[in-house]
Design a protein around this ligand. Sequence first.
Ligand code: GRF
Length: 205
Amino acid sequence: MTDPAPARLVVLVSGSGSNLQALLDAATDPAYGAQVVAVGADRDGIAGLDRAAAAGVPTFVDPVKAYETRDDWDAALTAHVSEHKPDLIISAGFLKLVGARFLAAFGDRYINTHNALLPSFPGIHGPRDALAYGVKLAGATLFFVDAGVDTGPIVAQVSVPVLDDDTEETLTERIKVAERAQLVDYVGRLVREGWTIENRKVRIP
Ligand code: GRF
């Protein structure tokens, strides 16, 4: 029996792209079962796009400001992602909330990794907010994106300790190490094994 074709991943980024790099590295092993077929961004000049180019992966850039309305941007992003026929779309440090069109097209296969243990500390300052609150455990959450901000069904969570002398930078880095491993592990499992979502419960058979 021949192996099934690798699943097609489209990864969306806004920054350094270390999570993207972890996926690119994992996908070099045919047993991983997935390949990154395109990388999209909402801005130019970011390391994430350089990482994609270095791996020979096609890129596209859709800045919100390039479109008259947010809905036009959402339509363009949806069209660009569609062109690559993704099985799974991964927001890996993508700092834009997608709109209704994107969710209608991909809501059942669009995941995001967030650097906090949801439902605590949603938004863009997860580690900073966790540190300010004084929690003893921080971490990362992988979830299916819905129309809310970091509210969708949870695929997986991983925790790391918060140390007494942590700064926002040290905690952010500790979370990112665990976050990358979780992302690679669960993206592989999702594409190889499939998943169901019922009453917010994500199950990988
Ligand atoms: C990740 O920690 C993610 O949770 C947060 O931004 C970071 C992205 O890092 N939203 P990178 O661009 O993958 O290095």
